[in-house]
Design a protein around this ligand. Structure first.
Ligand code: BES
Ligand code: MN
Ligand code: ZN
Length: 503
């Protein structure tokens, strides 16, 4: 879909549908809604008076213009209560409205900038949000469906702004919104892809293409190099599968060559059966999405390569399957990670922390700092926070705060969990330095305490996305299936650290 900014009068553009808006409780609309109402001879006011249009958040009312103005149709989109309006509600409104318009067959759509008038929002940020909401909300994954789709696609969105002088700055807002949303959809595609189409080798190939297109440094470590580096934990998880593991490394250099790059690390479990500690079969198919953290990192690198902030960023994705083949890791086995620490594998289903341990060691060896890892790590985090927000834990409060704030700015909710020393007790092993599970209680925290043994003194934040990475029903601009969560947060953190996005 193309997104363009034009200046002028929305009643005069030749489109299949024009989107205007209404706050809840407003009886006499102003601005563009008023202009459209007048051109339609008061139809909108009448529908408000009759109670058909209420202005509730994401309410959609379709009116055919019957030649009274250039657009074939007008949609009045509800913005909800004026004092509750946020940039995230604008994303949701555009998603709901454009999904509706797609069903009625609209190809060319125009919209006003919601919230920039009476809503009091910043016009540039509102334009970015409405671009994001539209592209994210129209996402579908139909790659393996051979049946014809029931609807076509919206081909063009025109954002209509009165003030011509604002057009150039709004074009860069559109660009930023488009890059963030398309990169999120790129992650969604990788995650929704079944595990037989998204093996560790496939993931490495996708990353290679992203790197080639974006001019990024690129490297993949194979089993042999992992052996030389003594990545016993990653190799241990990989040994139960025929698919060779890959450690994907992508580098973006936009900052001072002397400055240490921001390190983004993503769990790339392309299928997690649990291994010998096998998972129940019900819902196991969802574990094709256990590489959502890795996909988020690759997609964030894609966006960073396009936005070119003045900062250095390196993305690392340990990619493997966790299967129960004849050579598989067994409960009770002991592994040695790259930093020399030994790990008793109590449960082979706690594999994410094993592969991340070596990836974090490798990131430190490369001199990356600070570090942010993203992983579908624990079912416990999903139990604690549901699918609404990501869990954050770390060893540097300032960094944790920055990541949470960066998430807030892009509409991704992140909630911090504690890292009290006392939890370390649960990870103690009698046969090795540490064990890979700390029991049922506080499972997200003990998993993070495990990772902390490998990030050691480097400032680090761990994002557990087990809850929000995958949803079972549509929520606003998030479509059922993979959400692509964390892509926008990671990119925004890079922009904030580069000083290109105010905190
Ligand atoms: N990939 C899972 C966590 C997960 C569960 C992600 C549900 C998304 C949805 C992870 O590898 C895992 O199996 N964790 C175990 C750890 C336990 C054995 C300590 C879990 O959460 O049950
Ligand atoms: Mn597992
Ligand atoms: Zn897993």
């Amino acid at each position: 879909m193309e997104v363009k900014v034009i200046s002028g009068d929305i009643t005069k553009v030749k489109v299949d549908a024009a989107i205007v808006n209404l706050f809840e409780g407003v009886e006499h609309p102003g601005g563009a809604t008023r202009a459209v109402d007048q051109a339609l001879g008061g139809t909108i006011s009448r529908l408000i008076g009759e109670g058909e249009i209420k202005g509730k958040l994401s309410e959609v009312t379709l009116i055919h213009t019957m030649g009274k103005m250039e657009p074939e149709r007008v949609v009045v989109a509800g913005l909800g209560k004026q004092d509750k309006l946020t940039y995230d509600s604008i994303r949701g409104v555009m998603a709901a409205t454009c999904r509706f318009l797609r069903k009625v067959g609209a190809k060319r759509v125009a919209t006003v900038v919601h919230g920039a008038g009476a809503g009091g929002l910043d016009v540039e940020k509102a334009v970015q949000a409405l671009t994001e909401g539209t592209i994210l909300g129209l996402y579908t994954f139909r790659k393996h469906v051979t049946k014809e789709p029931e609807h076509g696609e919206i081909e063009e969105l025109l954002i209509v702004e009165w003030d011509e002088s604002k057009v150039p700055s709004l074009e860069s807002s559109v660009r930023r919104g488009r890059v963030l949303a398309e990169s999120t959809n790129f992650a969604r595609d990788m995650i929704n892809e079944p595990a037989n189409y998204m093996t560790p080798s496939d993931m490495a190939e996708v990353a290679r293409e992203v790197a080639a297109d974006g001019g990024l440094e690129f490297n993949v470590l194979e089993r042999e190099e992992m052996g030389k580096l003594e990545m016993g934990a990653l190799l241990g998880v990989a040994q139960g599968s025929k698919q060779p593991p890959k450690l994907i490394v992508m580098g973006y250099r936009g900052g001072d060559p002397e400055a240490s790059p921001l390190g983004l690390i993503g769990k790339g479990l392309t299928f997690d059966s649990g291994g010998i500690s096998i998972k129940p079969s019900e819902g196991m198919d969802e574990m094709k999405g256990d590489m959502a953290g890795g996909a988020a990192v690759i997609a964030a690198m894609r966006a960073i390569a396009e936005l070119r902030p003045r900062i250095n960023v390196t993305g690392i994705v340990p990619a493997t399957e966790n299967l129960s083949g004849g050579a598989a890791l067994k409960p009770g086995d002991v592994l040695k990670a790259m930093n020399g620490k030994t790990i008793e594998v109590v449960n082979t289903d706690a594999e994410g922390r094993l592969i991340l341990a070596d990836a974090i060691c490798y990131a430190r060896k490369l001199g990356l700092a600070p570090l942010i890892d993203v992983a579908t790590l624990t079912g416990a985090c999903r139990i604690a926070l549901g699918d609404i927000c990501t869990g954050a834990l770390g060893n540097d409060q300032e960094l944790v705060d920055r990541v949470i704030k960066s998430g807030e700015q892009v509409g991704e909710k992140i909630w911090q969990l504690p890292m009290y020393e006392e939890y370390k007790e649960q990870n103690k092993s009698e046969v090795a330095d540490i064990k890979n599970t700390g029991g049922r209680y506080g499972g997200t925290i003990t998993a993070a305490q495990f990772l902390a043994e490998f990030s050691e003194g480097t400032p680090w934040v761990h994002l557990d996305i087990a809850g929000p990475s995958f949803i079972n029903k549509e929520q606003s601009y998030l479509i059922k299936g993979a959400t692509g969560v964390a892509v926008r947060t990671l990119v925004n953190v890079a922009l904030v650290l580069a000083g290109e996005q105010p905190e």
